[in-house]
Design a protein around this ligand. Sequence first.
Ligand SMILES: [Zn+2]
Ligand SMILES: [Zn+2]
Length: 156
Amino acid sequence: MIKVDVSQILAHVGDNQPFSLVVDAAAIGETSPWFGGDITISGEIVNLGNAFRLNARISGQATLECGRCLTVFEQPIDFFLEEELETEEIDPVSGVVDIAETIRTALIFHEPMQPLCKEECKGLCYHCGADRNQHECKCDQQAIDPRLAGLSRLLE
Ligand SMILES: [Zn+2]
Ligand SMILES: [Zn+2]
């Protein structure tokens, strides 16, 4: 649950309710390497009349594993979210809205498909397992595809 109290703006179209929250993964309802740590949500909720709009900046620090070299590295989470909230999502008695599901969906959407420690990461050698960012092994020069070796003999 990530509760924001919008009771002050319920009756006033055009008004906005600023807020800033620090929440943990349990509040969002899911743990993932992408958002296992604390997330800061700061922004506002605006009363549009027939709906409410959430404008917020989502930030935090993700701990990810590189898809090529398996190094664990940190990457900042930082994006803006603009999302309409249905009026029915707001508790009419307390004037509180739970934005956990909206935040969870946005974090999943922004999760990197293939995390990389750096764009030019060379990854691990398939033959000897050496981290090729640290040192170049000799496997590339030795491992010649036998089919290509046969072809090169034919061409000679
Ligand atoms: Zn890497
Ligand atoms: Zn190697």
